[in-house]
Ligand binder design. Sequence first.
Ligand code: OAD
Length: 265
Amino acid sequence: MDAQEKIVRAAQLLAGSRRLVVLTGAGVSKESGVPTFRDALDGLWARYDPQQLATPQAFRRNPKLVWDWYEYRRSLVRAAQPNPGHLALAELERLLPFVVIITQNVDDLHQRAGSSDIISLHGAIMRSRCFDNCRGNPTLIDLSALPRAEAHASPPHCPYCGAWVRPDVVWFGESLPEAALRRAMSLAEQADVMLVVGTSGVVQPAASLPFVAKEHGAAVIEVNPSPGGITPIADLWLDGPSGEVLPAVAAAVRALREEASEDER
Ligand code: OAD
């Protein structure tokens, strides 16, 4: 199948889907200028050591270093805009009866692109919470409500108990938010199509979701310029950047939907 035939085939599968579940990873935000983790040259984990920056132990050891690194990543996200890949996924939600996005990304670019049903498996970098979760899990802290000097401390203190404030993201060695993971698993079981975009498919439990979907009968479509952990089970692999491939797929789905509604008239 050449690239155009694959786009048409993907659009047919999507246009026929009644429960589309999309799993996204860092690759979908790469064309917005947000770095991935494992790309060999420019991925975050090629330049930084996750054990020094993305574990609770690292934060206890050096809260300022970790907080400042997340402030740097927040600045990248603030400066970024949704790219045509995010926008195409939001359009699929308007074209198809049921679309949910499960994302491993901590940026808010799916939200800003207009997708409405998003499960954030790894948390949200723009949110902050008490390191001790002193008022229940999660004890979210609105930094803009803190006194100015405190809000700009690195890191600030929890206004309730005085513990450090940390980003509300999942670090290595931590569990995923329980309700989000439960809903993601059940959606994977019920999906008739799973669209996997821009993930290396090596971080569990997110990486198991396409396998669960496939075992329960879903067709798996992957969009990624390079093969990864999901590619062996993909029914269709569209090997290109999501900012180019997804708009082409969404346009083909739109054309199929328009044809179908003309036939009904
Ligand atoms: P990775 O950095 O592991 O993988 C990024 C994927 O995006 C790779 O498969 C690339 O080939 C692909 N990619 C690169 N450019 C792309 C483009 N323009 N369009 C589409 N795909 C492209 O990122 P994730 O799989 O998201 O966890 O990583 C999973 C988790 O590992 C992250 O959520 C993070 C990290 O440690 C936590 O922080 C808990």
